[in-house]
Design a binder for this molecule. Structure first.
Ligand SMILES: [Zn+2]
Ligand SMILES: [Zn+2]
Length: 153
């Protein structure tokens, strides 16, 4: 599957986007107020990341008097979707189940979260396959090492 035309966002840029998603319309000063507490960023650091996000098309900017107001050009929901797709894009389709199980093990979950996961698993049970096919290209496949199986690449 070729990579979608979505910009990659660094961890620092995520920090900025989270502020914009939470507050809506913000100035760089307001973004910095949040992130100087959390990350000890200087205003110049915040401005650098804002500039990169504008370039990537993640932030929109509008001039109001002598200030710039920033708003999100991409929703949080859409960005999370890209992030989740990206995670599984970097691993073999055969390793996805184990990776999800590991994520669950590491997460702090409420009873409601667990009920949600149980529902999701019940639904997935209906179209479970006997064996997930490897989607690696030759030279990236580790099936032989991981599962003792040769792939038909
Ligand atoms: Zn594979
Ligand atoms: Zn393989």
């Amino acid at each position: 599957m070729p990579n979608e035309e979505k910009p990659e966002i660094t961890d620092s840029e995520w920090e900025v986007m989270r502020v914009v998603w939470a507050l809506g319309e913000v100035t760089s000063k307001e973004i910095n107020q949040v992130l100087q507490d959390k990350k000890e960023w200087k205003p110049a650091t915040t401005k650098t990341f804002i500039g990169r996000l504008v370039k990537k098309g993640m932030l929109q900017t509008e001039k109001s008097g002598n200030r710039f107001i920033y708003t999100a050009a991409v929703s949080e929901e859409e960005s999370l979707k890209t992030l989740k797709a990206g995670l599984f894009h970097h691993i073999c389709s055969r390793a996805v189940g184990k990776t999800i199980a590991d994520l669950i093990q590491e997460a702090t979950l409420s009873h409601a979260d667990i009920a949600l996961l149980e529902d999701a698993l019940q639904t997935k049970k209906k179209d479970a396959v006997d064996e997930v096919a490897c989607n690696c290209v030759p030279g990236q496949c580790t099936c032989r090492k991981d599962h003792g199986k040769n792939c038909k690449h």
